[in-house]
Design a protein around this ligand. Structure first.
Ligand SMILES: C[S@@+](CC[C@H](N)C(=O)[O-])C[C@H]1O[C@@H](n2cnc3c(N)ncnc32)[C@H](O)[C@@H]1O
Length: 429
């Protein structure tokens, strides 16, 4: 905001001290004007709708969305629309992607698009814990690679992505001619649940359908949501509602859950929703109780699948598996995941792994010294905007990239997605 300062406001200025006093008066006026400008700004931003303030904080993607491409990857068999697909393709585009790992295959749409975009690819590895995802993705891969030259070796594994090192090691032993021994050129993680999982009421993920309180992404997993609700101690239930659901009313809800289960154990999502609805204040309306329900479901899902525990370890493992110049791209869907990705990426570029308390200062020192030396593959990719250079790599996305308005309109489920990308230096340090 422009601030107009009128220098001749005071009638008490004597001529001899005019210059001095004018300076002092101006300084005071400026100070007050700045203060009032700041308070106007503050009150302006207070009165701004929350959505507008949040919108300002986002780094929406500037990549033109190719709706035709998105539609190509959605049909009745594969109802999952790949999120930030054009951005994911752009992020791997400058690399010679001889080897690629998709840690979360789902229906395989991201994988298929990356495979199609990189004819040079010799090795593809896909992982997912959900056999239903494999069932959908495998025929798509088969159609794509069966007549391909040069030959593309594809390995799909029904396993947790935390096992990435073990999986790649086993592939390297099986066929030592494969590029995997030098590290892989690209790794992709698309966290969260797929539309196939959310829309299947039998899986128990959705607040919109009644179903069993399951929520396992891996049907072989031993823990279900109903086990948590029916047998975990009260304070443990409270802890997950607070830490994984970021639910402010966690203490009250934990008590209600424990009281309710004493008379009738939980066995359906509908039963849990009824309890949440009854215990959410009326002033919050329908949206209020649905929001609480979404947070409670998120907390249970994270706990059932141990999502946060495995994420950090997996990011470190992925970095170790990357070839020099290789990229790791991660899409997250809630702030807890995104915080882990952000902090782990910083640790990786600054320390090359988990920060060791004793190494801390030493590495930070090197990091500053080495900043200008870091070679960034594909420099000039302006769509990435700001980067963070460290001794052991570059974070290509200082702020995460979020879907464009156009993509959000086309696929509202993508609205909370955030993409962060990291690149290893081309020459090993
Ligand atoms: C958002 S979907 C991926 C969609 C996929 N990118 C596509 O184009 O269809 C996430 C997938 O990750 C899987 N998943 C979640 N956590 C996992 C883990 N720890 N290890 C392996 N797969 C996981 C889920 O089963 C789900 O199929």
């Amino acid at each position: 905001m422009a601030v107009i300062v009128r220098p001749f406001l005071s009638p008490f200025l004597s001529f001899s001290h005019k210059a001095l006093r004018w300076k002092a008066t101006t300084a005071t006026l400026l100070k007050h004007s700045k203060a009032s400008a700041a308070s106007i700004e503050k009150s302006k931003s207070k009165s701004k709708p929350k959505a507008l303030v949040l919108e300002k904080r986002r780094t929406r993607s500037g990549v033109e969305v190719d709706l035709g491409l998105l539609r190509r990857y959605k049909d009745n068999n594969t109802p999952h629309l790949p999120v930030l697909l054009c951005e994911v393709l752009r992020c791997f585009q400058p690399l010679s992607l001889r080897s690629f790992v998709d840690c979360t295959v789902g229906a395989g749409s991201h994988s298929c698009a990356v495979i199609e975009a990189h004819e040079e690819m010799e090795l593809y590895v896909g992982m997912d814990v959900d056999p239903a995802a494999h069932k959908l993705a495998l025929p798509r891969f088969h159609d794509l690679v069966s007549n391909r030259t040069p030959k593309l070796n594809t390995y799909t594994q029904l396993t947790n992505f935390k096992n990435i090192k073990r999986v790649l090691h086993a592939i390297a032993i099986k066929d030592d001619s494969l590029v995997v021994s030098t590290g892989v050129d690209g790794i992709f993680i698309d966290l969260g649940v797929s539309s196939m999982q959310v829309d299947c009421s039998e899986r128990g993920f959705s607040v919109l359908h009644d179903g069993p309180l399951d929520m396992r992404m891996d049907p072989q997993g031993s823990l279900k949501a109903e086990d948590i609700l029916n047998s975990w101690p009260e304070d443990e239930i409270g802890r997950i509602l607070r830490d994984f659901g970021e639910e402010s009313n966690w203490m009250y809800l934990q008590k209600q859950i424990v009281t309710a289960r004493a008379s009738r154990p939980f066995n359906s999502t509908g039963q849990l929703l009824k309890l949440i609805r009854k215990n959410t204040t009326l002033s919050q309306g329908r949206k209020g109780w649905m929001k609480t329900a979404t947070r409670v479901f998120q907390a249970l899902r994270i706990a059932v699948n141990q999502e946060l525990e495995t994420l950090e370890d997996t990011l470190y493992s992925c970095f170790d598996c990357l070839a020099p110049g290789g990229r790791l791209a991660v899409i997250s869907f809630h702030s807890l995941e995104d915080r882990i990705v952000k902090q782990t990426f910083l640790n990786l570029v600054n320390h090359g792994g988990r920060p060791n308390v004793n190494q801390h200062e030493d590495n930070d020192h090197h990091c500053k010294e080495d900043i200008s030396e870091v070679e960034v593959e594909g420099d000039g990719e302006t769509w990435f905007k700001d980067r963070v250079h460290g001794r052991y790599g570059t974070i290509m996305t200082k702020r995460p990239i979020t879907p464009s308005l156009e993509e959000e309109t086309f696929n509202p489920r993508c609205r909370s997605a955030k993409l962060r990308v990291l690149q290893k230096p081309s020459s090993p340090r």
